[in-house]
Write a protein that binds this ligand. Structure first.
Ligand SMILES: NC(=O)c1ccc[n+]([C@@H]2O[C@H](COP(=O)([O-])OP(=O)(O)OC[C@H]3O[C@@H](n4cnc5c(N)ncnc54)[C@H](OP(=O)(O)O)[C@@H]3O)[C@@H](O)[C@H]2O)c1
Length: 273
């Protein structure tokens, strides 16, 4: 399988979900490595603070990733300011827990609009330009939750599994165009997204460590990077088990095996209960 590394000589990096957590840390890491960066998220004030901190190396391209027209305007503005695109890090994402006893279609719709269509909107802007030039790299931030089922994650996990499949499809198709495709499947990373998560979070790493892994991976050009490996490789081994073994094991490990009320997925839900 060919390695197609991201190279800053090919153009600027576009990072979505750049206003906090992993995305903001990726922007800082890329700037430190000499990249020019366009940063997208909804909170323009947080992006402006990141741009000020970078000494002018970050272009603010505020947009809701679920809005195709807003993403097109953000992309066109970034190209006008920074020239051709060399790298996309499609990172914006949300976790909305779903109670499987009362599945709420709005939670699934919102999750897929941001986590899946948000990536599609970024790629729909960048890939035609990259493939026309035969240069560039796109990186999709999925999750170890995308490997298989977890309680309360039937929307989030499904959207992240879809991203794994999407990245594999694109990798197969795009290798011959000279455009790289890669994927990350993080375990737990200490970001605002985890603030309200009531699940145990073994081997949680900092956003800076996650960003260092992602940036090193895209600059190396392989396909999948998963981290922290001491956690995600165990998960991969578990997911490889036959489902009659795996499913009861996860049920027991996550506290869903007992007869009473299942554990609340968020701290705020636990406080209300
Ligand atoms: N933290 C973890 O343990 C973990 C593990 C595996 C995978 N991940 C994935 O890593 C990615 C980053 O998450 P994080 O942990 O860094 O969480 P975070 O700190 O909450 O960051 C999420 C980012 O996505 C942006 N975002 C959310 N909805 C958006 C929308 N509609 N349009 C544009 N931007 C939007 C947020 O910005 P605005 O609110 O300003 O729009 C923010 O910049 C996500 O895809 C997440 O699923 C995280």
């Amino acid at each position: 399988m060919p390695r197609i590394p991201a190279r800053k000589e090919n153009g600027f990096a576009w990072v979505t979900g750049a206003s906090s957590g992993i995305g903001a840390a990726v922007v800082r890491r890329l700037v430190a490595r000499g990249w020019r960066v366009a940063a997208t998220a909804r909170r323009a004030d947080a992006l402006a603070a990141l741009a000020a901190e970078s000494g002018g190396k970050v272009h603010v391209a505020a947009a809701d990733v679920a809005d195709a027209a807003a993403m097109r305007a953000a992309y066109d503005g970034a190209v006008a300011a920074l020239g051709p695109i060399g790298l996309v890090i499609a990172n914006a994402g949300i976790y909305l827990p779903v109670d499987g006893r009362r599945p709420d279609p709005d939670l699934y719709r919102r999750t897929f609009d941001v986590n899946l269509m948000g990536v599609v909107h970024a790629l729909a802007c960048a890939l035609p330009d990259m493939t026309a030039r035969g240069a560039g790299h796109v990186h999709v931030v999925s999750s170890a939750t995308g490997f298989g089922g977890m309680p309360t994650s039937s929307a989030y996990g499904a959207s992240k599994a879809a991203l794994v499949n999407m990245a594999e499809c694109l990798k197969i198709e795009l290798d011959r165009t000279g455009v790289g495709v890669s994927l990350s499947t993080p375990g737990f990373v200490e970001t605002p997204a985890q603030d309200d998560n009531a699940f145990p979070k073994p081997f949680m790493i900092s956003p800076e460590t996650a960003a260092a892994r992602i940036v090193a991976a895209v600059e190396r050009g392989g396909f999948e990077t998963t981290f922290p490996r001491r956690f995600t490789w165990i998960l991969k081994a578990l997911y490889a088990l036959p489902k009659p073994v795996y499913l009861p094991l996860v049920r027991r490990q996550t506290g869903w095996a007992g007869p009473g009320e299942p554990p609340p997925p968020t701290r705020s839900a636990a406080a209300k209960a």
